[in-house]
Design a protein around this ligand. Structure first.
Ligand code: MLT
Length: 204
């Protein structure tokens, strides 16, 4: 499988800000989260790949068999392909290896979660909006030590089962991640509360 992704890169303007890896949701593309990236961490470098799975015209980062039912072999393969791409792209764009903080929405948050579980060295931390448990696999002990993760979910989200955020938090904490769980009175779409929680998280 190729580990090249069509992507956008915007160089950072403020070296004190972490470079962000933007991972869009189903039906989005590399442009979808650019404005959010600017709002969350002004001056950060932005790396925004386009999902390479085409589901009836809607782009995403791995295959699913139905809503919430994932092709787990494909998830693993594409998680490794994305991690390989990130390694090459950070070098190519002059970023320090392992310095990217993922900002993912929905399917993009889900592959950010599997990156943390399977290729923890790829990310310095993550903001996961509306993520689910995709792989029932605890991160290996100590693999996520020193990494901060924000899980932001909606209390009336019709797509994310209500117990998933806490279960995903446990799978990541098994690797030593410092996980913050926030639950907003919201559905699947982001609210102003999500944005300010993520801004605050990224400022620390
Ligand atoms: C989506 O529509 O993107 C799902 O809710 C999440 C996923 O399929 O990974």
């Amino acid at each position: 499988m190729s580990s090249t992704y069509h992507h956008l890169f915007e160089p950072g303007r403020d070296p004190t800000k972490p470079p962000l890896l933007l991972l869009h949701g189903t039906g989005g593309d590399e442009h979808s989260l650019i404005e959010l990236g600017h709002a969350l961490s002004p001056g950060s470098a932005l790396l925004s790949p386009r999902g390479d799975v085409n589901e009836h015209g809607a782009l995403r980062f791995f295959r699913r068999l139905a809503e919430g039912v994932f092709d787990l072999e494909d998830v693993e393969r594409r998680t490794h392909a994305l991690a390989d791409f990130l390694e090459a792209a950070t070098k190519r764009h002059g970023l320090s290896s392992g310095s990217l903080v993922a900002v993912g929405f929905s399917n993009g948050a889900n592959i950010a979660g599997t990156l943390l579980q399977l290729r923890p060295e790829s990310l310095a931390g993550a903001v996961l909006f509306r993520s689910m448990v995709v792989l029932e696999r605890p991160a290996p002990a100590n693999s996520l030590q020193g990494r901060r993760v924000l899980l932001a979910n909606g209390s009336v989200d019709p797509l994310v089962p209500p117990e998933h955020p806490a279960r995903l938090a446990e799978l990541l904490k098994a690797g030593g991640a410092d996980v913050a769980l926030r639950n907003f009175a919201a559905g699947h779409n982001l609210t102003a509360g999500d944005v300010s929680a993520a801004q605050e998280f990224l400022r620390k």
